[in-house]
Ligand binder design. Structure first.
Ligand code: ARG
Ligand code: ZN
Length: 865
């Protein structure tokens, strides 16, 4: 029998904790099986607690050895123990303040969910966000309970780490003290045979901080870039936000088995090793980019997340949206700002717009959840970051900084809500943000449309917004949409310098005097004007700009806003692909425009590479769906290929010249300048291979001295059908886990669609396929679902069956990763009746499993609804 579905938790039901924690002492006697955890927790009744006064402690998978209150042992009659936790009734409590002591036993080696304390490759490590601490000991595992922690670790392993500052150590033990009150989700412990890449940092007030990146012996030469990124992040947060680091040490540990990217535990960040380890030979420019932004992200959480945390998990975007925004700002400052913005918007559209358009759409601040791990989503993170960006645009950079200063001043040490956050902005800027708040409480991507006409020397521009219904939200109120805009003449002259208008009602009409604008621009009054709207993607909306092809060609050639230049090209590409999908041929004017853009040597090579990239197959499926068509993944794949061939033919001389000109030479640096050249050069390589055959890619692969070039050659050769290439790559890299993840992934992602499922299946039989390792699982199964949509959506349904089989298998061990991967099914309503039936069949088969996790059952239910 299937368990009855668990009840959702609702924001509206929040109540403050009955007890607060004044101090925590933990002692760990580590063993892979039978780790003993002793806790001593000083509680005091919370005056604000509305509860009955019972002591409520969360606890899961714990063997309770003993417990006591103020030194008096408790018997089983003194408390109520359930699979979710332990309650001591108010009448058994000694008074408003008391000390709880307990000893529990846990089995880290058995912990395949990778939540709580677990082992990975011989080391012990933890992941407690969101609710993993309750698998370590009994505790009020909620973010609004904050306390200083003292931790003692006993183990024969040489390196023993926890949060805060080292307090004392001896042979076989170490003690740590974290003076900053924190919620349990920020607790961390690591023990292992580790080596450090060490450095130091002096903070703006002169405090000396020891920095360490802990890795397995042999990996210490792959930490330099992460360390460099850490030091630059620390400096940047001082300079841009005035935030200084607050402990004597900052430790980062790289772990091979990790469900997510990384975790911001106070003073002891734990990372998926793929976001720490890098050498030119093993990591791509993209990997370096990720390492930099994730190191920054986790470091920035020290203030936005740790010093100020969330009151409850509904407020997750309070820390995540803000911290993503901060890491995006950092990357924009560090690399090229326009390129960063385009890449962020590509991600937002690919993941968040997709989520918002389907059954999993939810508010940036959700109203309810069954399993909070299912809400670490692109909506909370990336759309959450967009809301901060809009707020900053609306109030201006100076007032934004003043508001942030006040936020840190007012709420340091507290667990806060979105209301607290917005109140700071209201108080500092004197604005009313009640309408802006709708962005947090309404799901779905607003649609903005523009219409305009030129008459009697004036431009009349009308903007309108529409908010499509989402699950549970049929009707919505208009939101506040900042629209950054400019106006161009048909020759590309700038008629209106950039300005931001606010669309906050259903519509807005604007009126411009063309004579006056022409006079200021020193040109004759034009009889046509081209609005350049939503510059820099000033709001997370879908814009129908109503521009003709000719208008967009002008913007592609002349828009002073690089984002809109790129956007004009992207929209022309999407339209061309849509026309080809229904039998049309590409317009040579687009290729001419691209050719001219590629020739602009003063343009950033990374920007040019982005302009050359086609919308993805998933973008095309969504575009087809939006146009009222039923997307055919096979046809979309073939059309994209045909477009690449057409582009390669039209641009061949230019691409060949760029291939030669963009070689940054043999001395590798991951900096933005070199990475940009390699990106453009490798784009040229892949396009040229569509018409030239494999010779250039073979030479490229043979000559590669870094992984960026090697993988570009490898994937191109996989597609052009070099029969031996996978074996050669394997033989060279079989001992490097992270590179082998790429090997697994690339073979599936670059397989011909009709072979993709068979190749993926064969790879799951490979001796190096360890499905309990989340990275490896994602390489093969994600390689199919995200990397090869036409293969995943094979009309036979083999891809759906393959995914369902693996989700069922993984769910029994690791519900979190299984649930996350199930989002591959979220777009099922886009497709034809046969595919819909096959997908719902697969979902129903999953739902019918005995003992399905709360994580996966919630996802399947929401997707199916
Ligand atoms: N707070 C972490 C970060 O954004 C992610 C933790 C995710 N945990 C989870 N259970 N989903 O860096
Ligand atoms: Zn985060």
């Amino acid at each position: 029998m299937k368990d009855a579905s668990p009840q959702p938790i609702r924001l509206a039901d929040y109540h403050p904790p009955s007890h607060l924690v004044e101090a925590v002492e933990l002692t760990f006697r580590l063993a892979p099986r039978g780790t003993r955890v002793r806790s001593k927790i000083r509680f005091r009744a919370n005056p604000a607690g509305l509860e009955n006064g019972n002591l409520r402690l969360d606890g899961e998978n714990l063997r309770l050895v003993s417990c006591a209150l103020d030194g008096t042992p408790l018997t089983a009659l003194d408390y109520l123990l359930t699979p979710e936790g332990l309650t001591v009734p108010a009448e058994r409590l000694p008074g408003p303040s008391f000390t709880w002591e307990a000893e529990v036993e846990i089995d880290p080696a058995d912990n395949t969910a990778l939540e709580g304390l677990y082992t990975s490759g011989g080391m012990f490590c933890t992941q407690c966000e969101a609710e993993g601490f309750r698998k370590i000991t009994f505790y009020p595992d909620r973010p609004d309970v904050m306390a200083p922690f003292t931790v003692r670790i006993e183990s024969d392993l040489p390196i023993l780490l926890s949060n805060g500052n080292p307090a004392a150590s001896g042979p076989g033990w170490a003690e740590w003290h974290d003076p900053w009150p924190k919620p349990a989700y920020l607790f961390a412990l690591v023990a292992g045979d580790l080596v450090a890449h060490s450095d130091r940092f002096t903070t703006m007030s002169g405090r000396d901080v020891a920095l360490n990146i802990w890795v397995r012996p042999g990996d210490e030469d792959k930490c330099a870039y992460a360390m460099d990124a850490l030091k630059r992040s620390m400096r940047w947060d001082e300079e841009v936000y005035g935030r200084e680091y607050d402990l004597d040490v900052f430790n980062i540990v790289a772990v091979d088995d990790f469900n997510m990217g990384a975790m911001e535990n106070k003073g002891l960040n734990i990372f998926n090793s793929k976001y720490v380890l890098a050498s030119p030979e093993t990591a791509t420019d993209r990997d370096y980019d990720f390492i930099e932004s994730i190191v920054a992200h986790e470091y920035f959480h020290n203030w936005t997340g740790n010093r100020i945390t969330c009151r409850d998990w509904f407020q997750l975007c309070l820390k995540e949206g803000l911290t993503v925004f901060r890491d995006q700002q950092f990357s924009a400052d560090t690399r090229s700002a326009p390129v960063q913005r385009i890449e962020d918007v590509l991600q937002l559209r690919a993941r968040q717009f997709r989520e918002d358009a389907g059954p999993l759409a939810h508010n940036v601040r959700p109203d309810s959840y069954v399993e909070i791990n299912n809400f670490y989503t692109a909506t909370v993170y990336e759309k959450g970051a967009e809301l901060i960006g809009m707020l900053r645009r609306i109030v201006g950079a100076q007032e934004y900084r003043a508001a942030l200063d006040e936020y840190f001043r007012r709420h340091d040490g507290q667990a806060c809500t979105i209301e607290d956050w917005l109140a700071v902005f209201e108080d500092v800027t004197g604005r009313d943000l009640s309408q802006f708040k709708r962005w947090y409480t309404q799901a779905g991507t607003p649609r903005v449309s523009a219409e305009w006409q030129v008459a009697e020397g004036r431009l009349h521009l009308r903007l309108a917004q529409e908010l499509p219904p989402t699950p549970g939200q049929p009707l919505k109120e208009p939101v506040v949409i900042p629209v950054a805009m400019g106006l161009l003449s048909p020759e590309g002259a700038e008629l209106l310098p950039e300005t931001t208008v606010i669309l906050d009602g259903p519509e807005l009409t604007l009126d411009f005097d063309l004579d006056e604008m022409a006079r200021r621009a020193c040109i004759a009054r034009p009889d046509h004007v081209i609005p350049s709207l939503l510059r820099g993607f000033s709001a997370p909306v879908i814009l129908d700009a109503g521009l003709s092809r000719a208008d967009r060609l002008v913007l592609l050639a002349h828009d002073p806003d690089p984002f809109n230049r790129w956007e004009a090209g992207r929209s022309l590409m999407r339209e061309t692909l849509m026309e080809m999908l229904t039998g049309g041929a590409p317009d040579p004017a687009l290729f001419d425009a691209l050719d001219r853009l590629l020739a602009e040597d003063r343009l950033d090579a990374a920007f040019r590479a982005l302009c050359l990239a086609l919308p993805s197959e998933d973008d095309m499926a969504q575009a087809a769906h939006d146009a009222g068509l039923v997307p055919d993944p096979t046809a979309i794949h073939a059309t994209r290929r045909a477009m690449q061939v057409a582009m390669a033919r039209a641009l061949q001389p230019r691409l060949a010249a760029l291939y030669d000109a963009m070689d940054p030479g043999p001395a590798y640096s991951p900096d933005a300048d070199q990475a940009a050249k390699r990106a453009l050069r490798n784009s040229a390589l892949t396009l040229l291979a569509r018409i030239e055959g494999p010779a250039r890619a073979k030479a490229h692969y043979a000559a590669a001295t870094n992984m960026t070039d090697e993988i570009a050659g490898f994937t191109t050769l996989l597609e052009t059908g070099d029969p031996d290439i996978a074996r050669r790559f394997h033989d060279r890299w079989k001992d490097d886990r992270l590179v082998m993840d790429k090997w697994f992934m690339a073979q599936v992602a670059h397989a011909a669609p009709e072979q993709a499922v068979a190749i993926a299946r064969a790879l799951t039989d490979h001796p190096l396929f360890d499905w309990t390792n989340p990275n490896r699982f994602r390489s093969v199964i994600g390689g199919l679902t995200s990397g090869n949509p036409a293969g995943f959506h094979d009309p036979s349904g083999a891809g759906y069956r393959f995914l369902a089989d693996w989700l069922i298998r993984l769910d029994a061990k690791n519900p979190q990763t299984a649930a996350r991967m199930s989002t591959a099914f979220e777009t099922w309503r886009r497709y034809d009746a046969d595919r819909q039936a096959l997908i719902t069949g697969a979902l129903d088969r999953i739902a019918a499993q005995d003992g399905l996790s709360r994580d996966l059952s919630e996802m399947v239910e929401r997707i199916r609804a």
